[in-house]
Design a binder for this molecule. Structure first.
Ligand code: KG4
Ligand code: ZN
Length: 355
C-alpha cells in the first residue's frame, strides 16, 4: 500500500519546495520554504493566551488547540506563499522531542497530506530545526559552533558539515528558558515570562542586585537552579521590605536586569572562550532565548571584540516556527528505517550525533 520512498540526508539536495509543520509544544506553525533557505510563508499561531490562565503549558490543552488550528495555519501558509499543494515537493514535520499529544497532531496532518498527494514525508528533529534557523535567508553553511538556548535546552555544541552535533557543554539542571519563565511567574508577569523579563530588563540597572553566576566543574557546562532560587528569595525579601508589601516598577526592572545579566554572562563568556580555545571562527545561537535582546547584544559585542563571526536567526525564527523545520528537512532530515509514514513521535531523543 505504501507509495512513499524513504528520504535520506544528502550533501547537496535537489531543489525542493517543502511545506513544514511544527507542533512540538504550544505553537501551531506551518511554513513553505524553497531549498531550505528561501522562506515563502512562515505562519505561527501562538497559544500564549490559553496557557496564561494556568501559567504554563498544559499538554492536553496544547494538543487540542493544535487540532483546532492546524488546518487554518496550513491554508494561511499556502495562501501567503501563493501556491497550492500541487506546487509542493515534500511535506515535513517535527517528529520530536516534544509533547507527545502535540507532536501527534502535526505529524498526523503531515502524513495525511503526504499520503493523499503521494509526496514524501520528511521527519525532523526539533533541535536540528532550531540549529537550521540560522541558515534561513542567507548562505551560511556548517561547520560552526552553536549555542542552543530554549525552554527545554541549554547546550553548547559543534555542528559538523552534515548538521550532526557534538555537545561540548550543557546545563546541569534547569534550561535557561525555564529559569526566565520561572522568574516571570515569581514577578507575576504574563506567560511566557522570557520576553516580558527581557522587556523589563531593558529599563533596569543590571548592577543593582549581585546574583550568583554558577561555577561548574566542567568548564563548558551551565547551571540555572541556584540563580532561580536566589531570585525567588530576593524578590520575596525586597517586596517584604516595602510598606506596601509589593515591588515598585523600578525594583521590578532592576531585578529583571540583574537576573538577565547573571543569566547571559556565562553563556557569552563560555561560548566565546570555547571558540577561541578550539579555533572556531563562526558562532551561531538558536532557540527561543536567542530572541533575548541582552543576549544578542552581549554576544555581538564579545564576538566583535574577539574577531569572531556571529549569526543569529531573525527574531521570528528564534522561537518555535515551521520555517526552521523546512530547513532541517532539506539539509538534515531524521534518518528513518522503513516507511517514513510509520515513523513514531518521541518525547526525548538527543540530536543525531557527529561520528
Ligand atoms: O525554542 P522555544 O520557542 O521552545 C522550546 O523549544 O523550548 O523557546 C521558548 C522559550 C521560553 O522559555 C521563552 O520564555 C523563551 O524561549 N524566550 C525568551 C525570549 N523569547 C522567548 N527568553 C528570554 N528573552 C526573550 N526575548
Ligand atoms: Zn523549540
Amino acid at each position: 500500500m505504501c507509495r512513499i520512498k524513504s528520504v535520506t540526508p544528502a550533501h547537496t539536495p535537489l531543489p525542493m519546495r517543502i511545506l513544514a509543520l511544527e507542533t512540538s509544544c504550544d505553537d501551531t506553525a506551518c511554513a513553505i520554504v524553497d531549498n531550505g533557505r528561501h522562506v515563502l510563508a512562515n505562519v505561527v499561531q501562538h497559544q500564549n493566551r490559553l496557557h496564561a490562565v494556568t501559567g504554563g503549558v498544559v499538554p492536553e490543552v496544547a494538543a487540542r488547540q493544535h487540532m483546532v488550528a492546524v488546518n487554518e495555519v496550513i491554508t494561511r501558509a499556502l495562501t501567503e506563499a501563493n501556491c497550492t499543494l500541487d506546487d509542493i515537493d515534500a511535506i515535513a514535520a517535527t517528529l520530536g522531542p516534544g509533547l507527545i499529544g502535540s507532536l501527534v497532531v502535526g505529524v498526523s496532518a503531515a502524513k495525511s497530506i503526504s499520503f493523499a498527494t503521494g509526496k514524501p514525508f520528511i521527519p525532523v528533529h526539533h533541535l536540528v530545526a532550531h540549529v537550521c534557523a540560522n541558515v534561513l535567508g542567507n548562505n551560511l553553511t556548517p561547520p560552526f559552533l552553536c549555542l542552543l538556548v530554549s525552554g527545554g535546552h541549554t547546550q553548547l555544541m559543534t555542528i559538523d558539515a552534515d548538521y550532526k552535533a557534538a555537545i561540548v557543554g550543557e546545563t546541569l539542571d534547569d534550561a535557561i528558558g525555564e529559569a526566565y519563565d520561572k522568574v516571570g511567574r515569581i514577578l507575576g508577569l504574563p506567560f511566557p515570562g522570557g520576553p516580558q523579563v527581557d522587556k523589563l530588563a531593558s529599563s533596569g540597572n543590571p548592577t543593582t542586585y549581585p546574583l550568583p553566576m554558577a561555577s561548574t566543574q566542567h568548564p563548558w557546562d551551565f547551571s540555572y537552579s541556584g540563580l532561580k532560587t536566589a531570585m525567588n528569595r530576593l524578590v520575596t525579601k525586597e517586596a517584604a521590605a516595602n510598606p506596601s508589601g509589593h515591588l515598585t516598577e523600578t525594583q521590578r526592572a532592576n531585578l529583571c536586569a540583574s537576573f538577565q545579566q547573571a543569566a547571559i554572562t556565562p553563556l557569552v563568556n563560555k561560548t566565546v572562550a570555547y571558540a577561541q580555545q578550539h579555533n572556531h571562527h563562526t558562532i551561531t545561537v538558536c532557540g527561543g532565548v536567542s530572541a533575548n535582546s541582552g543576549l544578542r547584544q552581549a554576544m555581538a559585542t564579545a564576538c566583535q571584540q574577539h574577531g569572531l563571526a556571529l549569526h543569529v536567526p531573525t527574531i521570528g525564527a528564534c522561537t518555535d516556527n515551521a520555517a526552521m523545520v523546512a530547513a532541517a528537512a532539506y539539509f538534515s532530515p531524521l534518518p528513518v528505517t522503513g516507511d517514513p509514514l510509520a515513523a513514531d513521535v518521541f518525547s526525548r531523543q538527543p540530536m543525531p550525533a557527529a561520528p
